[in-house]
Design a protein around this ligand. Sequence first.
Ligand code: AMP
Length: 336
Amino acid sequence: MKCRRCRKVAAAIELPGSNTAFCPECFFVFFKKQVREGIRKHRLLSQNDRVLVCVSGGKDSLVLWDVLMDMGYETEGLYIDLGIEGYSERSKEKVIAYAEARGKQPIIVELTKEGIPIPEAARNIRMQECSICGTVKRHFFNRIAKEKGFSVVATGHNLDDESARLLGNILHWQQKHLVRQHPHLPASPEGLVKKVKPLWRLSELETAAYGFLKEIDYVIEECPMSKNATSLVYKEALSVIEERMPGSRIVFYQGFLDKANPLRTQEAPTAAFTSTATIANDDAKDTLDDPESETAGKPRYCVSCGALTYAEICSYCRLKKLMRQRMEKRVKEANQ
Ligand code: AMP
């Protein structure tokens, strides 16, 4: 099959979702056009922005960094070493190698040094790894952006991620989450930095193809902590639908983003999400300091670290406090 754009060279990638096929050069043009369109449509970035690109070492975030640099945005990469044996070291190596190849030095936060490596924290606090990880990452994304003067935080979430999240939110009628699900979360005057997802129009297959064709060396293995993540079930379900009805994913997600969509405009219920929520409350712990999901309560500043929160101390500081308490208890028990 010939490339549908230049009609000269053989197509290297077929995209049933867009009913087209491209040679590598034309695919790069298509890919960048999609990113540009995604940015334009929801005003994600301006050329004056200083962008903190959160890079995990996986394909999506490294591809995002690559594309944004090529488009002329001022960017730096942030890698959070989660302290997951083997996986975190391998991911960090990929981030450093990629950054060096582009003449950059990534900003690195080591959770072991911060006293909250994810596997240990999960064991001690007896909470789900992914839940702790989300809270800790959100905390550092915003904290580093603020400390280092970035105007925006960008993550590599793609169309598969966002449509799976949408399906999960609809399936459980998580209206408060639905209202806040968007590729552009504006900055808040209280100190939340703007958050964007410029790859929202591109599928996982497309970002993987871009990474492969551009010879970006990324970590292929999935995080060992996320094996049972429910998002994988939603992704699988959407893959079945996409295979039978190509283009369904983008129609589903784009339709949701439509301003006129009542799912996006209705007021969320507030009762269960007041500032009285504690970390023991499963719903609250996931949403408490998450600007993407919190919709109720008055924001204020954490008395411990000064971060924006809906409680007296933010969920990150509470995690750290719980971790310290459990460690002290263990030491005491061991010494008895
Ligand atoms: P995930 O939540 O693992 O699906 O990752 C979603 C996005 O969050 C990635 O595309 C990255 O932009 C960012 N991210 C995930 N893990 C890390 C990490 N360890 N360090 C920095 N950014 C990350």
